[in-house]
Design a protein around this ligand. Structure first.
Ligand SMILES: Cc1cc2nc3c(=O)[nH]c(=O)nc-3n(C[C@H](O)[C@H](O)[C@H](O)COP(=O)(O)OP(=O)(O)OC[C@H]3O[C@@H](n4cnc5c(N)ncnc54)[C@H](O)[C@@H]3O)c2cc1C
Length: 401
């Protein structure tokens, strides 16, 4: 694949760079490094600026706000955002739910839900996993039964529990997989429902993760009434939507551009921190080799991602290669945070979550929150379908085993 930029691509890159430099809010600069400090408004403010510019949903069909960019332009876009450390647009609405709506939804559903997603007005969460249904997602038991409301209209009455629901504490709406027919094989009795999180009967309870953060939640659904028109696609055929959404979710987890930025940071850090012999850590051949191995793997992954982007723009949705991107991307993220913690050495140890920059930090600024990131990144090989499950998918769909 030819990675030389054409003059048009260079002009586009300069335009993107200038736009980010001018439009990215000053109050958000540096905040991306400290995800615990981000408010709902912080998450949405860059998204809303991008929406005004028409750049919040580059991959969508043009009629709903897509940019029509080439794969190279999309690549440039994610590179430049990573370089500038911008807060990423959240994936739940733009990258995960929207493709399901514009592929499987009715015209009314597209008109009702897509603008709020594109413009950063509505925060979505993903209600797939349950305490007894993670890897074996099709065994989910959250039940949705049809009832007649007092107004004479038909509703689903939803009862069950979802878990690990990321950032549900901020969510206005959620997309949920529910069982509408318990008497058929598991995949055949599932429907895809959109639920207003303010509906009576929805309760969100925090789960605190290893590094002390509140990122995930349990969501309890008790006699929640959901209008029938909030179902996407046919009743009992939600598994088709669920699978399509997971492909989009997995391709997005690879995070190549952000890992490249992280690698630059690691290099800078290990050039400035003294190693055991008081020279820079990067002069240590063992450490240098680990960094080089990581860089080689990251470059290989970048080419795989570019091939996927090229395929997408020729009309191919992400297929099983999204599992390859997910495994390699998350393994690289984990190795990167391990090496960064190694580079921080003992300065990574006095990790105190949530302290402002000027209080309590011991050692150089770049060692701050390194341990938090290390712990937080353990999740990436689990969410979006664990890496073991992705290997099963590759064995079946790519290798035909
Ligand atoms: C930080 C975080 C955020 C998340 N956010 C969301 C969210 O927003 N919405 C949502 O719906 N879900 C979310 N999840 C849930 C996530 O998708 C599940 O955790 C994941 O699918 C694994 O399911 P499980 O936790 O039930 O583990 P299990 O399915 O119980 O698996 C346990 C272990 O067994 C292995 N295993 C299971 N089956 C097989 C098999 N057939 N072959 C080989 N190995 C196997 C798994 O790989 C894993 O290591 C999140 C998870 C995390 C950690």
């Amino acid at each position: 694949m030819d990675l030389d930029f054409s003059p048009e691509d260079v002009a586009f890159r300069d335009e993107v760079r200038a736009f980010i430099a001018e439009a990215y809010p000053k109050v958000l600069r540096g905040k991306q490094q400290d995800s615990e400090g981000l408010t709902k408004d912080d998450y949405f403010s860059w998204h809303r600026i991008l929406a005004k510019k028409g750049w919040s949903a580059p991959s969508w069909p043009k009629e709903w706000g897509g940019t029509g960019w080439t794969p190279t332009q999309k690549y440039i876009w994610s590179e430049e955002q990573a370089k500038a450390d911008t807060i990423p647009v959240l994936p739940f609405g733009v990258a995960m739910l929207a493709p399901v709506i514009y592929t499987f939804g009715t015209e009314e559903q597209k008109a009702r839900f897509l603008p709020g997603i594109r413009d950063g007005k509505v925060w979505w969460c993903q209600g797939y996993s349950e305490p007894g249904a993670g890897s074996d997602l099709a065994s989910l038991t959250t039940r949705a039964e049809r009832i007649k409301g007092d107004d004479g209209k038909e509703y689903y009455l939803v009862n069950g529990q979802k878990t690990w629901t990321t950032l549900a504490q901020y969510a206005d709406w959620g997309f949920f997989l529910v069982r509408t027919d318990p008497n058929v094989k598991p995949q055949a009795g599932i429907s895809f429902l959109l639920i207003d999180m303010k509906s009576p009967g929805v309760t969100v309870a925090p789960i605190i993760t290893l590094e002390g953060g509140h990122e995930v939640n349990d969501v309890f659904l008790e006699n929640v009434k959901v209008p029938i028109e909030n179902r996407i696609f046919h009743e009992n055929q939600g598994w088709t939507c669920a699978k399509a959404l997971l492909m989009h979710e997995r391709s997005g987890i690879a995070g190549v551009a952000r890992s490249k930025r992280g690698l630059e940071r690691l290099r800078a850090m290990s050039l400035s921190e003294p190693g055991d012999d008081a020279g820079p850590l990067l002069a240590d051949p063992f450490f240098k080799r680990k960094v080089a191995d990581l860089e080689i793997d990251l470059t290989a992954l970048e080419f795989t991602e570019l091939r996927t982007l090229a395929g997408e723009s020729s009309g191919k949705g992400p297929g099983p290669e999204s599992s390859i991107l997910k495994i390699k991307g998350t393994e690289i993220q984990q190795r990167l945070t391990e090496l960064t913690l190694e580079a921080a050495g003992h300065y990574g140890a006095p990790y105190l979550r949530g302290l402002p920059h000027n209080i309590g930090a011991i050692g150089p600024d770049d060692a701050r929150d390194v341990a938090g990131r290390y712990f937080n990144t353990r999740k990436t090989s689990i969410f979006g379908g664990s890496n073991e499950i992705q290997r099963n998918i590759i064995a079946k769909l790519v290798l035909g085993l």
